[in-house]
Design a protein around this ligand. Structure first.
Ligand code: P6P
Length: 335
């Protein structure tokens, strides 16, 4: 066996020894999530074989209903997590209402929010997509089931967050509040192995700005001024259109990822609870900054399970430029 093979399980156990307050529950939850990730990895990698496996929404040669990948991913995560006895309620991008734990299973002190397969519209083009998750402690007491109140917590309350990126390799990146760590799946042994310990956003990092410039005509003057400032300072533009891919590059290379407000979408597109909050948690754990253009998104008190928020994440200096440029919008609105 290779000398320094650290599996995700071994890493979490070592972390728990270092942080006695961490209970074994968290290691169980992360193990269950990593199992779901392996199953989604397999399905995503087979997605190109539509001819053989059949097309989503239709029956395949075996007479089985072929699920859309994001529906499949949602089912896989629910089935991996619903019986653990560690959760009291779940929230999914794919499900309008809170997901209660089936009566036949016990509930526990944690809350899981997740986007089972973000960017799934890109799968047909073989572009990297991902699963995003966010873990809170329940805040309600005295009843079996968790409630919307347990789900609608600010990002600062997260006990852990992470994502899985299904790309040239499948990586699980997470933080439990003690740094950000990346594990790469070795499909030959079916294990996530520690490959990126203690990830820090490089400073100054690469000069990359990442935004969908197709919406430029609908940006505020401040947003337009911000992109112009990046361009005048020698930045390159990179935009995949898959949050996990754009965020992962920003985490490892530096730069800034933006999904700003537009005239048509004043709150942007990305969801606060299971997209922005987990990514913002990771970003700040890695020494980066995450804001809605004015303040850290981790302090926002959600009022709806699927609410959206504009977001700027990455190298702190470059995120600060957003604050400076967008402040001009506020000034001109008041004028
Ligand atoms: P646009 C994918 O559909 C997604 O939800 C995120 O993964 C991605 O960052 C964003 O939408 C891309 O949106 O409007 O640029 O196509």
């Amino acid at each position: 066996m290779d000398k320094y093979v650290v599996t995700i399980e071994r890493f979490i156990l070592e972390q728990e020894r270092r942080y006695p307050e961490a209970t074994g529950i968290f290691s169980n939850l992360l193990y269950d999530l990593s199992l779901a990730a392996k199953m989604i990895h397999r399905a995503v990698n087979m997605a190109g074989l539509v001819e053989i496996l059949g097309e989503a929404g239709k029956r395949n040669v075996h007479g089985e209903d072929v699920m859309k990948l994001d529906e499949y991913a949602n089912e896989v995560i629910f089935n991996a997590m619903d019986h653990t006895g560690h959760l009291c309620v779940m929230g999914s991008e794919e499900v309008e209402e809170p997901i209660l734990i089936p009566e036949k299973f016990p509930t526990g002190p944690y809350v899981l929010l997740y986007d089972p397969l973000d960017g799934s519209s890109n799968i047909a083009a073989n572009i990297s997509i991902g699963t995003i998750f966010s873990l809170h402690r329940r805040v309600t007491v005295g009843q079996r089931d968790g409630t919307m109140e347990d789900l609608l917590q600010p990002g600062v309350n997260q006990v852990a967050a992470g994502y899985v990126i299904y790309g040239s390799s499948t990586m699980l990146v997470f933080s439990a509040g003690n740094g950000v760590h990346g594990f790469t799946l070795d499909p030959s042994i079916g294990e996530f192995l520690l490959s990126h310990p203690d990830i820090k956003i490089p400073v100054p990092g690469k000069k990359i700005y990442s935004v969908n410039e197709g919406y430029a005509a609908k940006w505020s003057p401040g947003q337009r001024a911000l992109v112009k400032r990046y361009q005048e300072n020698g930045f390159s533009s990179r935009y995949v259109g898959s949050l996990v891919a754009d965020f992962h590059r920003t985490l490892l290379y530096g730069g800034v990822f933006m999904y700003p407000a537009t005239a048509d979408a004043p709150n942007g597109k990305l969801r606060l609870l299971y997209e922005v909050s987990p990514m913002a948690f990771l970003c700040e754990q890695a020494g980066g900054a995450a804001s809605d253009g004015t303040q850290s998104t981790l302090g926002f008190q959600p009022t709806d399970l699927h609410e959206r928020v504009p977001v700027y994440m990455g190298t702190p200096e470059y995120v600060q430029w957003a604050k400076e440029c967008l402040a001009e919008d506020a000034v001109s609105r008041e004028a």
